[in-house]
Design a binder for this molecule. Structure first.
Ligand code: ADP
Ligand code: MG
Length: 284
């Protein structure tokens, strides 16, 4: 791992990213977080799902986000993928104006363009990422069409290639997701998410609903795709075993805040924060 002491070359730069559900007041962020053991504003019941999140992501890097249920992991990737509007903060992406524009302030049209061309998302629940009324191939075609690829022959060819890459039998291209096993549904979701060669992929608990043996094979696939395509990833998981297998660097979230961040190996070997120590000891 390069040390990244320099300030250039990042793919994604996140500063002060905050999401509050409900009615915040000026002290909602101040009076929530790990110090208080809660993300609920004591005055208004607003939920500070995540706050003051700062990090850089580098090209080809796999960044883990780990923490217990409710710590703000899904919210964080939803903000970055524009599934959910941020309350405040800045996000710079080098695929937009060379990284000089806060992408949270883009028009909806430009956000859609960015999602379709430069980002991919794989959700825990395949129903969030796949249209169950379309075939597997139709789902991939939909994503290709959204990026302006209208040539039927090349769409089919690309869909076949993607299914092959994700180890889905190409002959099942015309079956609908409901006809697939959970592991296969995730593979189809991955195909769709990477269809337009995005430099950035978000993965939110993508193996949590799967049997252990199926889990291992899907994680292996992600590792291979990452190596082959060099895609940057943000991997969300409550499971440190997943984080250990996939990521270079890790951020540990608790009550919506980053309590620890660093090289994954170092965090696993020598966790500094009491909460991380607890997570690591539960892995052993
Ligand atoms: P994680 O993915 O780590 O389990 P989430 O990001 O889903 O955590 O949730 C973070 C916090 O935000 C939790 O307290 C959750 O209850 C709350 N939350 C998530 N989505 C909503 C919503 N749509 N409305 C209100 N609160 C929400
Ligand atoms: Mg979640």
């Amino acid at each position: 791992m390069p040390s990244h002491d320099n300030d250039d070359g990042w793919l994604l730069r996140v500063r002060g990213l905050t999401k509050i559900y409900g009615e915040p007041i000026s002290t909602s962020v101040q009076y929530t977080g790990p110090k208080f053991g809660s993300n609920i504003c004591p005055e208004t019941d607003a939920i500070v799902a995540c706050a003051e999140i700062d990090f850089d992501l580098w090209p080809g890097e796999v960044l883990g986000v780990v923490g217990e249920s409710g710590s703000g992991k899904s919210t964080l990737v939803q903000l970055l993928y524009f599934d959910n509007p941020a309350t405040s903060g800045e996000v710079y992406f080098n695929a937009v104006d060379g990284g000089t524009t806060n992408i949270l302030g883009l028009s909806n049209q430009r956000k859609r363009w960015l999602r379709n061309h430069k980002m991919g998302m794989v959700y825990q629940n395949p129903r969030d990422g796949l249209n169950f009324a379309f075939s597997a191939g139709g789902n991939i075609a939909e994503k290709l069409l959204m990026a302006g690829n209208f040539h039927v022959g090349s769409i089919r060819e690309r869909a076949s290639w993607l299914l092959e890459k994700t180890e889905v039998p190409v002959k099942r291209m015309d079956a609908t997701p409901a006809a697939f096993s959970g592991g296969m549904q995730q593979r189809v979701q991955i195909s769709k998410a990477i269809a337009n060669n995005p430099p950035l992929l978000f993965l939110d608990e993508i193996t949590s609903g799967l049997d252990v043996s199926v889990q291992a094979r899907v994680l292996d696939l992600i590792r291979h795709l990452q190596r082959e395509l060099g895609i940057s990833m943000i991997v969300v998981s409550h499971d440190l075993a997943v984080i250990r297998m996939l990521t270079d660097r890790t951020m540990v979230l608790k009550n919506g805040r980053i309590v620890e961040a660093g090289l994954t190996d170092q965090i696993l070997q020598d966790p500094q924060h009491a909460y991380t120590q607890l997570l690591v000891s539960s892995l052993l």
